[in-house]
Design a protein around this ligand. Structure first.
Ligand SMILES: [Fe+2]
Ligand SMILES: [Fe+2]
Length: 478
């Protein structure tokens, strides 16, 4: 994991108040270096305060047990009231060895008591890909480590068909003083399903996804209360407008596609064309995300070095979009570029906590995970043209992540004790939330072409959480 050590050292070195660590091997340690760049951010982490009043008032009515230790209330919310004992059998076909991608070939390749090397199919934009991957099950909570609990199948969207360990903020209702409800929720972030168990609070804006607009899920993602979360899966920061990832629809045009060397030799592949078109649209939109962050920095009186880094980041995103549209055009065999980007409803929020909330969730954590993902994708990519694009993205996104952490460090110097404590607690929760994704969603996985499936992404996220994000948060708190 040398690449993660390198990432940690690079980001720590960008913080003016921190000496670089050298814990657990890999990178060589240095003393503090100022790396004058950073990264953009945008606000609006998808979690708003309630304008409908506390929703936990009245409690869970008409509770019906839907599985041992799990109840469903009459309004559809699901709570955990206790543990259970479940059948750990994994009813999925074993690996045949003929699948498109082989992360394992037999059960012997998978470690742990209730594990299996399964064969599965993933669908993406009308295409399908087969793969083999290790999955694990549990019978009781005692089979789960790190504070996770065993949840039976059929309770939440996106779960596998066997009981799995799930990360929790509470184990049962008795852990949740305020509302006395330990809720289970699932959220499709656009890259795959994530499930978690968290206390419901008086600040929640929803109980179930029925309380949210179509396309949103009620989830306590990255925040202390249950809110309507919208998907936004990208390397780097999405542009969120009214908590929804905003992108331009594709259209036929050639002036956005970068004519990079090697693109012309790529074989047509509709699945990869769709993948890169989606990434291109997100990169294109993130130009506006940096424009908004720049305005927020100005509003909050930020130093010039952060503004300069923000401007540079917006230029980087234009180039990322051009490269991604170039790949999409090459794989699709036809020019593709962005149409109009609808910015109706875009608000430049300059409230300190709102800026910091977006910064922490989407930039400090989101972009650091993005760098780690891009590094892992580049490492596995054997297609030269794609690898070059990913390596360029790694270099740029590292600067963007540095900007995020440097911005947070500066914003904390402007904060009251209360605001500082709030921000550090949010940072801690956001990092802890990464482990909610147990990697049960496998996703479209073609590592040779630089595309990571859900299992790999979840693994990269967990490793980055422990080896990069937690030390950075610790450094800021000290
Ligand atoms: Fe970025
Ligand atoms: Fe980017």
């Amino acid at each position: 994991m040398k690449r993660l050590d390198w990432l940690r050292v690079s980001l720590l070195a960008g913080l003016t108040g921190c000496a670089v660590d050298v814990e657990d091997g890999g990178a060589e340690g240095q003393t503090t270096t100022s790396m004058g760049s950073g990264q953009p951010t945008d606000t609006d982490g998808g979690s708003e305060s309630s304008d409908t009043g506390p929703v936990c008032e009245g409690g869970c009515e008409g509770a019906v047990e839907i599985a041992e230790g799990i109840v469903e209330c009459s309004d559809g919310r699901i709570n955990r009231v206790g543990g259970g004992t479940f059948d750990p059998a994994i009813n999925a076909p074993g690996c045949a060895g003929t699948e498109d991608t082989l992360h394992c070939t037999s059960d012997a390749d998978c470690s742990g008591e209730y594990t299996k090397c399964i064969s599965a199919t993933e669908f993406f934009e009308g295409f399908e890909a087969t793969y083999c991957g290790c999955v694990s099950a549990c019978a009781t909570d005692s089979d789960c480590t790190d504070g996770r609990v065993c949840v039976p199948p059929g309770v939440l969207d996106g779960q596998p068909d066997w009981p799995t360990c799930m990360a929790v903020g509470c184990a049962t209702n008795s852990d949740c003083g305020e509302c006395g409800e330990c809720g289970l929720g699932a959220f499709d972030d656009g890259c795959g399903w994530v499930q978690t168990i968290q206390c419901r609070t008086a600040n929640d804006v929803c109980n179930t996804s029925d309380d949210c607009d179509p396309g949103a899920d009620c989830f306590p993602h990255y925040d202390e209360s249950w809110t309507c979360e919208y998907s936004g899966c990208a390397i780097g920061r999405p542009l969120l407008v009214e908590a929804q990832a905003c992108t331009a629809a594709p259209c036929q045009r050639s002036d956005w596609a970068a004519p990079a060397p090697g693109f012309a030799g790529l074989a047509k592949d509709p699945q990869l064309a769709a993948h890169w078109a989606e990434i291109a649209a997100l990169e294109h939109a993130s130009v506006a995300s940096f424009a908004r962050f720049g305005s927020q920095l100005l509003a909050l009186g930020a130093p010039a070095r952060l503004l300069l880094a923000c401007k540079r980041a917006a230029l980087d995103e234009i180039e990322h979009a051009r490269l991604a549209y170039g790949l999409a055009s090459a794989y699709g065999g036809a020019w593709i570029g962005p149409g109009h980007l609808d910015l109706h409803g875009l608000v430049v929020e300059a409230d300190w906590r709102e800026v910091v909330r977006g910064l922490i969730v989407e930039a400090c954590v989101g972009e650091t995970l993005g760098v780690a993902e891009a590094m892992a994708a580049a490492e596995g990519a054997s297609e030269g043209a794609v690898r070059q694009v990913l390596e360029r993205i790694v270099a740029d996104e590292l600067r963007h992540a540095q900007l995020a952490w440097q911005s947070l460090e500066w914003l904390l110097t402007q904060a009251s004790d209360d605001d500082r404590s709030w921000a550090l607690a949010l940072l801690e929760r956001t990092i802890a939330a990464i482990n909610f994704n147990g990697g049960t969603n496998e996703g479209f996985d073609r590592p040779a072409e630089g595309v990571l499936g859900g299992l790999r992404r979840a693994q990269v996220h967990r490793e980055t959480s422990a080896r990069v994000l937690a030390p950075l948060a610790q450094a800021l708190a000290s």
